[in-house]
Design a protein around this ligand. Structure first.
Ligand SMILES: Cc1cc2nc3c(=O)[nH]c(=O)nc-3n(C[C@H](O)[C@H](O)[C@H](O)COP(=O)(O)OP(=O)(O)OC[C@H]3O[C@@H](n4cnc5c(N)ncnc54)[C@H](O)[C@@H]3O)c2cc1C
Length: 474
């Protein structure tokens, strides 16, 4: 079917995924394509939100992005920053060493691991003693073709409980606020999963994954933007040249003979808009609600998308007058330590560009684990007091009282990809391709949680839409 020109593309969701899709449409769709981004809140960026505390910038959401793609080469976030003229604004941690809070003290996170999974057992032994006789070559690859497993199950079976509980779990928990025993290897550690389909031991698989994407010595792992990640958001919105609609929740998506009708805005005063194609760049629950309206065309799709569960977390930031902080980027806390804090970043130590002439230190703690939402159901003052007390305990010193604090709650924000997640996503996308045309799904609900993965997911969705509308992505 020929599509009228100029194309009208609606992007639902103004997080980094939706904005990356908008930039890609701008770059690769025919000139004149009308792109509209609908964002339900008053601000773009979603989980990217740079704020201010005690007169200095601090991230109230995501903090940094991976510099490299796990498959090699620069990450999609770096490429996007370059596209937006921000490559020179990328800064790196000045202190990279993080610690684990174990047995009531801080121990350096051992090197040579992939998210805590060791490539050298000796290096981790001081923190987490691997099981004896662990990781024997059983004469076949660790993972069958097409199979998935939970990270925890695989590592427990090969290296024992201590490596999971004291190392892998807190490191994965730092990203997902979830448990290694629940999280999919294929989705959360794709490079290790690929190697596990070939290698016969876990240590061998870690080494193979590391060798497949070698890192130049000294090359920085993480980056962020001087001035904060919200700059990426603002610059992407500007470069996209799209119509940006804030405070515009999309409540319904209805297929029409030529494309889509979107119901936008409050129920009592809805606005109906037509689009030739739609990119859904929202979390799983709102996506499932919208997909329910197209259920006849793609049965089961909404239910499968809606199955994805999320963890809630809160980020508590304290501005402390000249505290005695160790020279660390922060620390991670295994769930077995019984603390509310699961991770902490010494913001002004880790990011030298944020160091403050007034000597104030910004310390951020992430609290809340998957399945423990009740622990967050207390007032902000209580969260601040608990974080201050636990930080003092872990650091072994009575920290000064904060001169300012901020609590940012992220309810239902971190996807919990269980084994088989990517297969379910592939099935959903295949169903949408044969069913309603020109509808692409993108973002953290599908392809992975990190900013680079979300950027790539948005860009891929844009390219799919260009192709579906009859153009070929340049
Ligand atoms: C606390 C926290 C810290 C993190 N730290 C890092 C980090 O340091 N590094 C990293 O790489 N990743 C980090 N992540 C993960 C990463 O930030 C996210 O996965 C990513 O930003 C998600 O982008 P997105 O655009 O897919 O979704 P979102 O950011 O969730 O954006 C979706 C947007 O859609 C809007 N929306 C929802 N429903 C509708 C609707 N019906 N109509 C219109 N708009 C709608 C929402 O308001 C939102 O703005 C962190 C996540 C959290 C929660």
């Amino acid at each position: 079917m020929t599509v009228r020109q100029p194309w009208r593309v609606a992007i639902v969701g103004g997080g980094i995924t939706g904005l990356a899709a908008a930039v890609r449409l701008r770059d690769r769709a025919p000139a004149g394509t009308e792109v509209t981004v609908y964002e339900q809140s008053g601000a773009l960026g979603g989980k990217l939100r740079t704020g201010e505390l005690a007169g200095g910038p601090v991230e109230f959401g995501a903090e940094s992005f991976l510099m490299r793609d796990p498959a090699g080469g620069e990450s999609a976030a770096v490429t996007l920053a370059r596209r937006l003229g921000l490559a020179d604004e990328i800064v790196h941690p000045t202190v990279g060493q993080a610690a684990l809070a174990v047995d009531g003290g801080l121990r350096p996170v051992p090197g040579g691991t992939l998210v805590g999974v060791p490539g050298d057992l000796e290096k981790v032994a001081a923190v987490a003693e691997p099981a004896t006789d662990a990781d024997r070559d059983g004469g076949r690859p660790l993972l069958e073709p097409g199979a998935d497993a939970s990270v925890g199950a695989l590592v427990r079976a090969r290296l024992g409980d201590a490596v999971v509980d004291r190392l892998v779990d807190p490191m994965l928990g730092g990203v997902y606020a979830g448990r290694a025993d629940d999280l999919s290897l294929v989705t959360t550690m794709p490079a290790l999963a690929r190697a596990a389909r070939v290698e016969h031991t876990l240590v061998g698989a870690v080494r193979a994954a590391q060798a497949a994407a070698p890192r130049a010595p000294g090359a920085p792992v993480f980056g962020t933007l001087a001035g904060g990640l919200s700059r990426l958001v603002t610059a992407a919105a500007e470069a996209a040249g799209a119509t940006i609609r804030r405070d515009a929740a999309v409540r319904e998506l209805t297929p029409t003979p030529t494309g889509w009708r979107l119901t936008v805005g409050p129920t009592r005063d809805p606005e109906l808009v037509e689009a030739d194609a739609v990119i859904l760049a929202v979390p799983a629950r709102p996506a499932a609600r919208l997909l329910a309206g197209v259920g006849d065309l793609a049965p089961g799709v909404a239910a499968t998308v809606g199955e994805l569960d999320y963890a809630s977390v809160a980020l508590v930031t304290l501005a402390l007058p000249e505290p005695a902080l160790p020279a660390l980027s922060g620390f991670l806390v295994p769930a077995t330590e019984g603390l509310l804090i699961k991770a902490s970043t010494f913001f002004t130590t880790k990011w030298g560009h944020l160091a403050r002439p007034d000597g104030l230190a910004l310390v951020r703690a992430s609290v809340g684990r998957y399945g423990e939402e009740a622990s967050l159901q207390v007032g902000d003052d209580d969260l601040v007091a608990t974080v201050h007390r636990e930080l003092s305990t872990v650091l072994g010193t009575a920290l000064p009282a904060p001169v300012a604090s901020h609590v940012q709650r992220w309810g239902g924000a971190l996807p919990q990809y269980t084994p088989g997640h990517l297969d379910r996503v592939a099935a959903v996308r295949a169903a949408l391709r044969v069913g309603p045309p020109r509808l692409a799904l993108a973002g953290a609900a599908y392809d992975g949680v990190g900013i680079p993965v979300c950027v790539r997911s948005g860009e891929t969705a844009a390219e799919e839409i260009i192709e579906a509308l009859g153009g070929s992505a340049a």
